[in-house]
Design a protein around this ligand. Sequence first.
Ligand SMILES: C[S@@+](CC[C@H](N)C(=O)[O-])C[C@H]1O[C@@H](n2cnc3c(N)ncnc32)[C@H](O)[C@@H]1O
Length: 215
Amino acid sequence: MRGRERWPMPETNRLDEVLSRCAAGAMPTRVAAMHLAATLEVVAALSDWGLLGLERTVLDIGCGIGRLEAALSPLSGAVIGLDVSAAMIEQARTRCAGFPNVRLLLGSGHDLAGIADDSVDLTVLVDTFPCLLLSEGELAERLLAEIARVLRVGGDLVILGFSHRDDVVSERRDLERLAQPRGLSLARTVTRACASWDAPAFHLTKRGSWPACRQ
Ligand SMILES: C[S@@+](CC[C@H](N)C(=O)[O-])C[C@H]1O[C@@H](n2cnc3c(N)ncnc32)[C@H](O)[C@@H]1O
């Protein structure tokens, strides 16, 4: 879904509620359906790769308005959504009010303060990594080190959308250069994980030797 459409996303993942908002003229049905489909495609990809489960804690960095949190809630033990934007977190709190296992955190933008070491099974970034690469001060490197800190050994990291460069070979090379020294190894590259969005997905895992390279 490159160049996302400028309509607001539906405030719920419940199809009946989305359809009634469309019927009331609050949003075009096609756009609402696209947003829902894109969210569900991400969930389906994570499920296909065996990364979801009721015993797992999922962290979504750059959670935006919390659409993924609402969709992951029934499929996860706990879901943590973190965003640097207070406005996004406020919307996510409204959307996820009915999901008791979702925790939403306003982050500093350069660390994962408030999330304990070795406490997360799966970290996802959906269309957030490009923001990190565009920021100054080696933000991508710092956040990858933080991700390695909070992931359990053997835990998973999925980056959906890396740089919008449309060159998966150089993206993979750049990601490996950033991730390897931080104890994260590439396990899988999927050129197109979602039919509705042409971004590649990168799946990494945290190696057991992480404490030796923590910095
Ligand atoms: C393109 S949006 C994607 C939102 C959401 N993942 C989705 O797919 O709907 C990127 C999000 O990343 C957040 N973001 C950007 N830099 C961040 C940072 N350093 N730490 C946490 N969130 C960040 C932005 O505030 C924004 O909500």
